[in-house]
Design a protein around this ligand. Sequence first.
Ligand code: SF4
Ligand code: SF4
Length: 74
Amino acid sequence: MAAKGTITIDAVRCKGCTYCTDACPYHLIEMGKQINSFGYQTAVYIDADRRCTACTLCAITCPDVAIDVYKKKG
Ligand code: SF4
Ligand code: SF4
């Protein structure tokens, strides 16, 4: 099944608060191992089963406006 949405996470803006990992109903966001230039562990989007619905909950939750949500056609 094709995903209805996808997101990008700006690793430079991310402050590692983990709010987005709790916000996603499908647990598509995890804390990664990468440390950004400000020393924060950053969130990563992992959607191997293409479950993102573009609900925007993650983006709304992010206090640092690091997440962009894109809707897919079809
Ligand atoms: S848009 Fe919704 S389903 Fe997609 S990653 Fe964000 S919270 Fe999860
Ligand atoms: S909510 Fe935003 S700042 Fe917090 S971990 Fe997720 S992407 Fe990073």
